[in-house]
Design a protein around this ligand. Sequence first.
Ligand SMILES: [Cu+2]
Length: 302
Amino acid sequence: MKFIPYALCVGALLIASKHSSAQNASETANHSHNQATSAAVSDAPKTDPLRDAGVVQTERVAALTAIAKSASISIAAATLSEIEACDACLARNDLATILAAQPAADLKALAPTLVRKANESTKDSTKDSTKDSTKDSTKDSTKDAANTSASRFVKAACVRAIFALPENERPTEAAAWKPVTLKTTTVPGKMSWDPKEFIVSPNSIVAIEMSNPDSMQHNMLVCSPGSLSEIGVAADKLGEGAIGKQRQYVPDSPKVLEIMGLTAPNTTGVLWFIAPAKTGTYPLVCTYPGHWRMMNGKLKVQ
Ligand SMILES: [Cu+2]
């Protein structure tokens, strides 16, 4: 009961402060964006360091730091608020990465909220999966997939932040959560992953770690069953315009369920998510232009 007025208060502060406090970071981003696109793209959305994929993490952290400072809250708390407001945004995994990287003391202070959010989202997921089983039309299931992904994303971000704490400092509730870590690596020069097929249980907590020893960037998306070509073709088309880079080649589609953004050479990308409630084979795909036909895999939910 205590949290509601607090949340409203923080929300109001964030809304009030967001535009001015994030201004410096977004100005920098807009500057480079404008240079790149002034010739061809006039209807491209403005760069928002908290929402867009094509923003460097330092700019995102700068914007979150400014928001936290003006609201007198920790960066962890500001990031969590942004994650909740950002269910469908391209940068959601980048925000989750920032949250998990916050100092242990700040995450510990936020832990009761993180646990509550994680459990709240579980209830939403159960509701969504019940709904799924009673509806059959493609249109409805696509819509449900997007909603499910949204609430699952908040849960995954909260669980990930809790697991960033040393084991002996995690809340007792975390003992019931059993994340499954799937490790894969890009194969240099081959546009492939090794391994590229995984099996997980419905609704399980999954962490994919993708190391990238290749000399080029790769991303990884989890998509709706049967949507590999549709997403791949859309990604290639996106690569033709300047907006593609800003979106990190992630097509705007409800069939994109989870997003691990572009991962630079010799770094490791991490994506935590809640496995779909519905069994099936979910394509994994790198949407860097030209990669999807070779660089794809399977997440089997069974
Ligand atoms: Cu790739």
